[in-house]
Write a protein that binds this ligand. Sequence first.
Ligand code: RB5
Length: 146
Amino acid sequence: MKTVYIASDHAGFSLKNFLVKHLVEKGYAVHDLGPADTARCDYPDSAFAVTSALKKDESAFGILICGTGIGMSMAANRVPGIRAALAACEFHARACRAHNNANVLCLGERVTGPGVAADLADIFLNTDFEGGRHLRRVELFDKKQD
Ligand code: RB5
């Protein structure tokens, strides 16, 4: 059974709750890291709650939702070992797993409706990394940057 850690900010709260229900119904082990209500909160805090969980549970996946998905992806990608991908279409959701070995899916509630978001999550969680030439490129993420 795959494990999913999911969190949002206030702007992603409704979609987060929708996806929690969807993924539980699909049989995933879902850990909802909040928030518990729509009070304004800061998306980096939510992103780092999920990345911290993934550092301790490396075979798990993360899903992060804010208004656009952009802030969540920027914050999560500051963490070594995290490969967060903002997806707005099925091709993104499939390619970020197959080619980039993404371990976090970022979504924007103001961009992507719940039905499409559920499809994107399903594709993300059911697509394997292809490895091969893509592995060498992904390994370059952890090399010195400057
Ligand atoms: C909150 O208004 C909004 O800025 C946030 O959810 C996110 O879209 C940032 O990237």
